[in-house]
Design a protein around this ligand. Structure first.
Ligand code: BGC
Length: 751
């Protein structure tokens, strides 16, 4: 009897986690339990007490549950091009495929936050319905250099575009009641030696470029979590950097969420907790033990542990696992494929068009290039998604009613049958494999010549796939290979001799060199890695069923050597097949900073990243400017109006800018207005112009107009000087332009 009464009293006395009793729960947790919450399930030291059987197959990590206090485990899985979990599980025929959406760079190319939000909503629904709590996405590091192996996961060279697209993505995913983890915070702009490389950067460049993108996403969308990066920043590891994770992120920007390490990132667990890096993923026994020891021997005060545990619990109570959400494991993949297609339709960038497009589906199309027959939906590494299918260009064109030239079709079909094994390994659906080689281009000359006689046009696809763990090789990935240029040249010669046009499709995860071969093409469509529906989207762009409206989210320079960071980016392994990220692990994790671009990287170009550099210091070095993209229709811009709101002393002071866009051509289309600001640049060194707002129009029918409205907070014009933001006084020019090199419509005002 006594035992029953005691047990009843105890069960009343032990509360379970609720949204409103977190401080009480923290006070009841033992040190071991706190460590188990903070150090992920990759550690087994805690197993006897709490875990396990948590997780979703193929997910990236989870937290330990504490059943006695009603604390569930929560599950993390990758993005960013969709949810990454294993598509098959032992003991069942059921599949768990996820939609393969366009890569991050392509989402940014839409310049359409509404469409990015819709992608996030669909993706977040898969996160929810497959039983995951937090999506490890979006990736939002700045495109500092075109050779960065993970650029495809990231958005742009410009912090405003990057931040706005990321915010829309986060809002979309989180509208499902699941979390995101914006990553990799911060300055993770190269893969080579990524765990140990020290990014050496001025505070101005950090604040204005590299951190600014995160700041926008944090302030606008409050991501539930943020992932600290693998690298060091000015000598301190990102995950152990209290300035970064507490002073800037929380105190300056008001971030209310949780910071998660990148998987296995950092060295000193106590320093991480002290810095405000709440969760250590994926966790290891060593980390778990280190945390406990650090508290016991007084190196880590309990208040820091409690702050992290409190935030972790605040995250947990928001998660589906805590709500006991009954997930279906059956998201509507067909509906999401439509979202994928709509986003890819808007992200395709028409770079060149000398009367070649739109064309088809009438007539006969000669389809060349191995990648036309094995489209690349996305990149490799953790950013890869196990998608149910990939529509290649051959299928996309056939579905859209294009008739394909039979000689080439037969040749490539047979050839790709033989090369299938190779494509399987590298088509972005098998992850963690080395990019570099596509099947080589071997189509016989006679077939090209024959096709030039029997078909009406040629379409040639060039493909590139790469991903996490290594950077791109200049000669094999960024440059076109000899055989590819030969294919273009032979096709151009044969087709041009017959008065027929050649279109090049770039199915790539990042930019390739273009200046040397682009004259061979009459039209160039940059279709990135467009996700599982890619072939359909490209077919629509070719035929004009969809009018391309994508714009470049980065500059394409004429030569790699012209890039502002070219002299400070690793290029040392060109003679070796691989350049693994784990290359230089020094004894005992000592840093000796010996090798330039490997042990450390100087961000010597400072704030002059991308068009900020080209537009200010090297105008002639641009093949295609940032923000560039053509359309099948034309637009007239008029009535640029600027209005100041708020008084000078108010923080809320904004410039309200409006502009009328009229479709003056013969086809319906969408336009993008890019709003740049040129600062006086007298007392502060400033780039020639900086993007401060943008807007995409709705679909405008021929003759139709709309007025776009944009807002520029005046504080966004400030520069980081001597440890504070400062706004230069004087005459500012507001430039509504089609791209970073376009003169555009201008107005001046004094601030
Ligand atoms: C990557 C992260 C990813 C994590 C979990 C790391 O290797 O850098 O982007 O989220 O693994 O898979």
């Amino acid at each position: 009897m006594l035992t029953i009464i005691l047990a009843a009293a105890l069960s009343v006395a032990t509360p379970v986690l609720r949204e409103d009793n977190i401080p009480q729960i923290v006070s009841l947790l033992t040190l071991e339990e706190k460590a188990a919450i903070l150090v992920g399930c990759g550690s087994t030291a805690f197993d006897g007490i709490g875990r396990n059987d948590v997780g979703v197959k193929g997910s990236a990590g989870a937290t330990h549950p504490i059943p006695r206090l009603g604390i569930p485990s929560i599950v993390f899985a990758d993005g960013p091009a969709g949810l990454r979990i294993d598509p098959v599980r032992p003991g069942t025929d059921k599949t768990y495929y996820c939609t393969g959406f366009p890569i991050g760079t392509m989402l940014a190319s839409t310049w359409n936050t509404a469409i990015v939000r819709s992608v996030g909503e669909a993706m977040g629904n898969e996160v929810l319905e497959y039983g995951v709590d937090v999506l490890l996405a979006p990736g939002m590091n700045i495109h500092r250099n075109p050779l960065c192996g993970r650029n495809f996961e990231y958005f742009s060279e410009d912090p405003l575009l990057c931040g706005e697209i990321a915010a829309a993505y986060v809002q979309g995913v989180q509208s499902n009641g699941v979390g995101t983890s914006v990553k990799h915070f911060a300055l993770n702009n190269q893969e080579l030696n990524r765990l140990h490389n020290d990014a050496r950067v001025s505070e101005r460049a950090a604040r204005e470029i590299y951190l600014r993108a995160f700041e926008i996403a944090v302030r606008k969308a409050q991501p539930w979590t943020l992932m600290s990066s693998y690298n060091y920043i000015n000598g301190v590891h990102a995950s152990e950097n209290r300035w970064l994770l507490t002073d800037v992120l929380r105190d300056d920007w008001g971030f209310r969420g949780v910071v998660v390490t990148d998987w296995g990132g950092g060295y000193d667990t106590a320093a991480q907790i002290h810095a405000g890096n709440d969760l250590i993923q994926s966790g290891s026994d060593a980390r778990y033990n280190a945390l406990i020891e650090a508290v016991k021997d007084g190196r880590l005060a309990m208040e820091y542990v409690d702050a992290c545990v409190t935030r972790a619990l605040e995250l947990i109570v928001k998660c589906p696992a805590f709500r006991g959400y009954k997930f279906s494991e059956a998201p509507d993949l067909e509906a999401h494929a439509k979202v994928c297609r709509a986003a890819a339709d808007e992200g395709i960038v028409l770079l060149k068009n000398h009367g070649a497009l739109p064309a088809g589906p009438d007539g006969v199309t000669a389809l060349l290039g191995v990648t036309s027959y094995a489209f690349i939906a996305g990149g490799t590494g953790s950013g890869d998604v196990h998608r149910p299918y990939v529509v290649d260009l051959r299928q996309g064109l056939s579905d859209a009613g294009f008739k394909l030239e039979s000689g080439l079709d037969e040749f490539y079909t047979a050839y790709m049958q033989d090369e299938r094994w190779r494509c399987k390994m590298i088509d972005g659906n098998n992850s963690w494999v080395i990019d570099r080689e596509r099947p080589i281009e071997v189509v016989p000359d006679e077939l090209i010549k024959q096709a030039a006689l029997t078909s009406d046009r040629a379409v040639v696809t060039i493909g590139r796939v790469f991903g996490e763990g290594k950077d791109r090789d200049l000669y094999y990935s960024y440059m076109l290979q000899e055989r590819e240029v030969e294919l273009l040249r032979k096709t151009a010669d044969a087709f041009h001799a017959q008065g027929k046009k050649v279109t090049v499709i770039l199915n790539v995860g990042g930019v390739v060199e273009m200046a040397s071969w682009q004259d061979l093409a009459d039209a160039i469509l940059l279709c990135w890695q467009p996700g599982e529906e890619g072939g359909h989207s490209v077919a629509s762009a070719l035929s004009g069923e969809v009018n391309p409206s994508g714009r470049l989210p980065m500059t394409i320079s004429r030569r790699y050597e012209d890039e502002p960071s070219a002299a400070n980016f690793p290029r040392v392994f060109e003679d070796k097949p691989f350049n693994y990220s784990f290359y230089r692990r020094l004894e005992g994790n000592k840093k000796d900073y010996v090798v330039k671009d490997i042990d450390y990287t100087d961000y010597a170009e400072d704030i002059y990243v991308g068009y900020r550099y080209f537009g200010t210091k090297a105008r002639g070095a641009v093949a295609y400017p940032f923000g560039y993209g053509l359309s099948y229709t034309s637009f007239r811009w008029s009535d640029l109006k600027i209005e100041k709101t708020g008084s000078l002393s108010e923080d809320s002071k904004c410039l309200k800018v409006s502009l009328t866009v009229t479709n003056t051509g013969k086809r319906a289309g969408k336009d993008v207005v890019e709003l740049y600001v040129k600062a006086p640049g007298r007392s502060i060194d400033k780039p020639e112009r900086e993007l401060k707002a943008f807007a995409k129009t709705p679909l405008l029918e021929p003759g139709q107009s709309c007025t776009v409205q944009m807002t520029v907070p005046v504080e966004s014009l400030a520069s980081w000087e001597n440890g504070a933001w400062s706004l230069e006084k004087g005459r500012y020019r507001i430039i509504a332009a089609r791209n970073a090199s376009d003169k555009g419509l201008r107005k001046a005002l004094r601030l």
